[in-house]
Design a protein around this ligand. Structure first.
Ligand SMILES: [Zn+2]
Length: 195
């Protein structure tokens, strides 16, 4: 079984993972992982909503998980899964052949509303996907998007700083029509498509 918690930044994906983790009484058969590319809170999964910190194993590739599991492993958690690399089908193997329950937390889109790296594959192989909404920074309604405030140099910038959750309407306002056309439609300058 593969279940993925996804949504924008600050939606509580990690909190949902921790809530699931807390419900499992016998924790001896759980393994928690986090990509080394995530430089925040190295070696631990934590959320400001819980005072629980779960220690995690830093890995780079899905294949690395195979070195840690044994016959007793029943449940796997991977936080910030959008930053993982390698063969996504390792998870399918672990779920189907090893009968391990896998819980994943990760961003579905970048702050430019592009599908986030491997996430389309992760969402496709998941048995269950829970899209967690954040609260819009500008108006307080449900937010499903992440927006980056400021100048971004790297394509994928790790960390929370400068990222805010927005609802569609507030995102449209902040983004503006020109920028939206450039980003979403690949149109440089307003020409043939009108509005
Ligand atoms: Zn809003």
């Amino acid at each position: 079984m593969i279940k993925t918690f996804t949504g924008p930044m600050h939606s509580g994906k990690t909190a949902a993972m921790i809530a699931t983790y807390k419900k499992i009484w016998n924790k001896d058969h759980i393994l928690c992982f986090k990509p080394n590319r995530d430089t925040r809170d190295i070696g631990e999964i934590k959320s400001k909503d819980y005072d629980v910190t779960i220690s995690s194993i830093g890995i780079d590739y899905f294949e690395d998980i195979l070195h840690y599991i044994d016959d007793k492993t029943r449940t796997i958690f991977i936080d910030e899964v959008q930053l993982m690399e390698g063969n996504v089908n390792v998870l399918t193997y672990l779920s189907i052949i090893k009968d391990i329950d896998i819980y994943l937390g990760g961003l579905n889109m970048t702050s430019e509303q592009e599908p986030f790296l491997i996430m389309p594959y992760i969402l496709a192989i998941s048995d269950e996907v829970e899209v967690i909404k954040a609260s819009c920074y500008d108006c307080g309604r449900d937010a499903t998007h992440t927006y980056y405030e400021g100048n971004k140099v790297e394509k994928i910038k790790v960390g929370d700083e400068g990222y805010i959750p927005l609802c569609r309407r507030c995102l449209a306002k902040r983004r503006g029509l020109e920028d939206a056309k450039k980003l979403y439609l690949g149109i440089k300058k307003d020409t043939s498509l009108g509005n």
